[in-house]
Design a protein around this ligand. Structure first.
Ligand code: PMP
Length: 362
């Protein structure tokens, strides 16, 4: 740390992103990226915009915002696009929480939430997950504090039913509830409105204290483009815009904005990919269970799994030697597990083969 670094960041522990190896070609099952490339129309759209990079992007990302509003059956005024969903999460923390308005989230969840709190000087409280790693929604009902919940949760992959989410939102009318739906497209159960049935997006029309965030990083194969968005009532979106225009007005660059629009226009390609990932997930879950793993019930594009008699870190290290990267967490309740991103069928077959080899050695 230099002698110039502000003392207000003395205690700041930054978020640690998953490894992006440069030295060797790994099968990457560690950062929940999609195994599928963007569709051709997305690549063409990006190329087209590359020729106009001397011009600033549209600060409103109008065409993309309109397409998202249509896709999610809300109004233009209810949508805000951001540089990854990390950005809208940070905006929401900044806009609605402060020293006097703490935020509550599960003790096991997305590791960025405590970092957003630290950097924005927001006190936070965590509520332990139950023994089976589910969220006890009753603990959040009427809590009278701002709340953030990832649904499905990370790194467990477990989905909370929409009824429980609604109880939390309804019982905290004077607080903001943020539902982080980074993985919701992998929850299956598509409803008549072409939305996953446990998505909280429709509830944003009924409750003015709810913000739903989603990302193009997982289900729409655009992790490297950085595109996220939030849906909420107009008043909340206006507040989030105040933060955006006070930090980074051109937060979504023109190539990303065009990529996002082309992705929405080719939604069938991406939603079919989600179906394939769900099939691969269920295949992998069965295979891991056959190999003696305990696997949490996942509604996301990853599995959280452990084999009791080999330490989590050993499974991680041995897989690494076999050329497969997964994500390991060293905290007490998580350390016997590994989080495994669902890739292509061939990648999942390679994973199972590697696991059989590791077991044979043990
Ligand atoms: N929420 C959760 C639960 C996540 O796991 C991630 C991915 N790291 C994000 C949000 C942020 O994703 P992005 O900024 O790529 O949209």
């Amino acid at each position: 740390m230099s002698r110039f670094f502000s003392a207000k960041f003395d205690a700041l522990t930054p978020y640690t992103p998953g490894e992006q190896p440069k030295d060797r070609k790994f099968i990457k099952l560690n950062t929940n990226e999609s195994p599928f490339p963007p569709c051709g129309a997305v690549i063409e759209a990006v190329k087209g915009e590359a020729e106009k990079l001397q011009l600033y992007s549209d600060p409103e990302s109008r065409a993309l915002t309109e397409a998202l509003a249509k896709r999610y059956d809300v109004k233009y005024e209810n949508v805000l696009c951001t540089n990854g969903s990390d950005e809208i999460l940070n905006f929401a923390f900044m806009a609605f929480s402060d020293e006097n308005n703490p935020i509550v989230f599960p003790d096991i969840t997305y590791g960025f939430y405590p970092v957003f709190c630290q950097i924005n000087n927001i006190p936070y409280e965590t509520i332990p997950l139950l023994e089976d790693f589910t969220i006890d929604y009753k603990m959040y009902c009427g809590i009278g504090k701002n709340i953030v919940i990832a649904n499905p949760n990370a790194p467990t992959g477990i989905l909370m039913p929409i009824k429980e989410i609604e109880e939390i939102v309804k019982s905290n009318p004077n607080n903001i509830v943020i539902i982080d739906e980074a993985y919701i497209d992998f929850s299956g159960n598509i409803s008549d409105s072409a939305l996953p049935k446990d998505s909280a997006v429709p509830l944003t029309k009924k409750y003015n204290n709810l913000i739903v965030t989603q990302t193009f990083s997982k289900s729409r194969s655009l992790a490297g483009a950085r595109l996220g968005f939030g849906i909420a009532c107009e008043e909340l979106i206006n507040d989030l815009n105040t933060i955006k225009y006070s930090t980074n007005p051109y937060n979504v660059n023109r190539m990303t904005s065009a990529a996002g629009l082309a992705a929405i226009e080719n939604d069938d390609y991406y939603m079919n990919n989600c179906k394939t990932i769900i099939e691969n997930r269920e295949w992998t879950r069965r295979k891991l269970e056959e190999e003696g793993f305990t696997v949490l019930p996942s509604n996301s594009n990853f599995l959280f799994a452990k084999i009791g008699y080999i330490k989590g870190i050993e499974v991680y290290n041995e897989l690494r030697k076999e050329g497969i990267l997964v994500r390991h967490f060293e905290t007490e309740r998580l350390k016997s597990y590994n989080r495994i991103t669902i890739g292509s069928k061939a990648e999942m077959e390679a994973l199972i083969k590697a696991i059989q080899k590791i077991k044979a050695k043990d």
